[in-house]
Design a protein. Structure first.
Length: 422
């Protein structure tokens, strides 16, 4: 494609746009993507790029999937949107029914929102008001894990680790009690808080933006035990881990954990449309039922339960059955283990970690963390080889759509190895 420089998307972009998580002064030109199919992105300059991070962890079945396209088009011709305060519609009801049939036992009520950060924000607000409605307003402190990342709204940032992501907004944030991902430290935090603790909030099995850190099922089971012992709520942030990413439909299944509240987004609509869901048990829901209208949960969005998003999410759940998606993830996990493990022998590799469809190589670095200079350099080198990756500083991770073939995975792993061996 021969374009005059002034007509290039990246050139036009630079004049009018502000990108997320991007230092606009020093960032390279954005990749101008004109279409996508399967695991491949097609650029304006005719390059073919493998989407190695599922477009920020959301695309699970591949780009432009015919069934998802058809579901979206069919719903658009029927009902594109209607307010969800005082109204309802078939896609919202059907999606909630389908989700509850898959989620851990005890989950019974779905509250829709518009993204992962908001799903977490809703969970935090539910927990605080739950205790207030039960006349225990002193329970207002959350226990979260070091290295946690729960989103970019104020409550979600407060629950996240103190980091470059949150530091500029410190005056806005509320205090939480942070514990290391060890049961003894979590026990210490809960004992110290006593009856002022509201809930424990965790990313089960896989802490994402904090460094792709992985936990054991025993730790996850122990968190549930401690929450029960201390009488606090358990909130599972499955925004990243839900919908097969760790090899189970939901990460809580690794330890048969039954949270009080669960947060969902990202893979919920297979990367098609923004949507979040916060799911609660009947115990939580019942605390808001009252003739006293002040006990209502006063939260909502203009696009709550958007029918288009719900319809695509339903079609995505169908694909899990029709395409035996979790079996695909299991095969991908085996290939990631076999392909990445040899990199552990490299002198500058600190660790190799794999869970489900996520492969991680952590590099030794005197800097470390998200601002490690290795991140942008590696991203550029991967892109030059035809694969889109976005390292978390010195942590390189590969998280492709589940439809990736064994051949495509092998090729991608070769590119990763060739860069890391340089």
């Amino acid at each position: 494609m021969n374009l005059a420089d002034r007509d290039r998307l990246a050139k036009r972009d630079k004049k009018v746009l502000w990108h997320p998580y991007t230092q606009m002064r020093t960032a390279p030109e954005p990749l101008a993507v004109t279409r996508a199919e399967g695991v491949w992105l097609y650029a304006e300059d005719e390059r073919k790029i493998l989407d190695g991070i599922s477009s920020w962890w959301v695309n699970i079945h591949g780009h432009s999937h015919p069934k998802l396209n058809a579901a979206l088009a069919a719903q658009a011709s029927e009902l594109e949107h209607v307010l969800f305060a005082g109204c309802t519609h078939r896609p919202a009801v059907e999606l909630a029914e389908r989700l509850l049939a898959l989620l851990p036992a005890g989950m019974s009520r779905v509250f829709y929102s518009d993204n992962g950060s908001t799903a977490v924000e809703v969970a935090l607000k539910l927990a605080i008001q739950y205790w207030r409605n039960l006349n225990q307003p002193q329970r207002q402190t959350f226990v979260t894990l070091h290295h946690a990342y729960h989103g970019d709204t104020v409550g979600a940032m407060s629950a996240s680790e103190d980091s470059v992501f949150t530091r500029a907004f410190a005056p806005l944030l509320f205090q939480v009690e942070r514990a290391h991902a060890r049961l003894d430290d979590l026990e210490r935090a809960l004992a110290q808080l006593g009856n002022t603790a509201a809930a424990v909030l965790i990313e089960p099995m896989l802490q994402g933006a904090g460094g792709m850190l992985m936990q054991t099922p025993d730790f996850l089971a122990g968190v549930q035990t401690l929450c029960a012992r201390h009488g606090v709520l358990l909130i599972a942030d499955e925004v990243l881990t839900g919908f097969g990413r760790t090899g189970k439909m939901f990460a809580c299944e690794h330890a048969d954990v039954h949270p009080d509240i669960m947060c969902l987004s990202k893979g919920l609509t297979a990367g098609y449309l923004p949507m979040g869901a916060t799911v609660a048990t009947e115990k939580i829901f019942d605390a808001f039922l009252s003739d006293d209208r002040s006990k209502t949960f006063f939260h909502g969005h203009s696009y709550t339960a958007n029918p288009l998003a719900c319809a695509v999410a339903i079609a995505s759940l169908d694909l899990f059955e029709e395409e035996r998606t979790l079996e695909r993830v299991a095969r991908l996990e085996r290939q990631l283990r076999e392909g990445l493990e040899p990199l552990r022998r490299l002198p500058h590799v600190a660790d190799v970690r794999v869970i489900g469809g996520v492969g991680v190589v952590e590099l030794e670095s005197p800097e470390g963390g998200y601002l490690d200079s290795a991140g942008p350099r590696l991203a550029s080198e991967f892109l030059a080889r035809g694969i889109l990756l976005r390292p978390l500083g010195n942590v390189v991770y590969f998280m492709p759509p589940y439809c990736i073939t064994e051949g495509e995975t092998a090729w991608a792993l070769e590119q990763i190895a060739s860069v890391l061996m340089c």
